[in-house]
Design a protein around this ligand. Structure first.
Ligand code: GUN
Length: 292
């Protein structure tokens, strides 16, 4: 019988731990950690993510500020705001919610963010520092997955970990972290859409991290009995029975894969809630390391 990794409950526990720490800070005369989110335009997914980030700040006792722009904002205007936030001592961390409108160069915005306030962990400095094993802000999804593996006492050292997907936000940093001695200490294989031996690789994996963005991609014949399966997929699939007209579908065919597993994350309620929670731990880290 498999064990379900409950990301929702774990995230709630961590947020309560953060809130406790914040109350201690405030009791000792400190100010509350402050996260700023910039949201450009009205993308449905981004609106939901940002709303949930603001709610998570409230749960943690943080101050939060939402800065909204219409999608005709220029790149220069956005860069000016980033520069302003970089120099604002009342702000511990900020995020620019992605995607941005097509006329704005996301990478140029990303590179303008001071790494000490980059609580998303997306800037080249943070990615580089993380890859070198230096103190850094680790991006939220891989950090959340590591936290789940740790809190569920799932051994990673010396294990074979297969990562499906090579995105900058999940696959690449996940591979780095699982490989590094002070984090996963695993043997890591990264597979993607052009990997010919993909099934052979996953079949011998102790841990599979699926972040390929293809619903139900991982099937029972790809999984070794007893493996841990982490599902990062959150594809919106039309579903007329739902109020909002869609459901979130993972990258793993849960019903047939779960009975084989030692541990598995559900979608929703697995990795998703941990992602926003790790943004909160990064904001607290920014406050504790760099607040003036
Ligand atoms: N868009 C989707 N996920 C994220 C995230 O983690 N951070 C930011 N800034 N934008 C996103």
């Amino acid at each position: 019988m498999y064990s379900l990794i409950d990301g929702k409950a774990t995230a709630a526990t961590i947020k309560a731990e953060i809130a406790e720490r914040v109350e201690e800070i405030v009791k000792n005369g400190g100010r509350r950690p402050h996260l700023v989110a910039i949201l450009v335009g009205h993308d449905g997914g981004s609106e939901t993510y940002v709303k949930n980030k603001v709610l998570a700040c409230e749960a943690c006792g943080f101050k939060s500020t939402l800065i909204r722009y219409e999608d005709d904002i220029t790149e220069e205007e956005l860069l000016k705001k980033v520069d302003e936030l970089n120099h604002d001592d009342s702000v511990d961390g900020f995020i620019v919610q992605l995607p941005l409108p097509k006329h704005i160069d996301e990478q140029r915005i990303n590179e303008a963010i001071d790494w000490k306030k980059d609580v998303d962990g997306f800037t080249p400095v943070n990615v580089g520092r993380m890859s070198l094993g230096l103190p850094s802000f680790v991006s939220a999804t891989p950090k959340g997955i590591l936290e789940l593996l740790l809190r569920y006492n799932i051994p990673t050292s010396g294990k074979k970990c297969v990562i499906l997907g090579r995105s900058n936000i999940v696959g690449k940093p996940m591979a780095q972290l699982m490989m590094q001695k002070q984090w996963g200490d695993s043997t890591v294989v990264v597979c993607h859409s052009h990997s010919p031996q993909l099934k052979e690789e996953t079949r011998s994996a102790d841990i599979i991290i699926a972040a390929i963005g293809r619903p139900d991609f991982v099937t029972a014949d790809m999984v070794k009995p007893g493996a841990t399966v982490i599902d990062v997929g959150t594809t919106r699939v039309p579903d007329a029975s739902r109020k909002n007209g869609f459901r979130l579908n993972g990258d793993v065919k849960f019903d047939e894969v779960a009975p084989l597993c030692g541990f598995i994350t559900p979608v929703p309620g697995g990795v998703g809630p941990m992602t926003i929670c790790m943004l909160m731990t990064n904001t607290l880290q920014a406050y504790e390391q760099f607040a003036k």
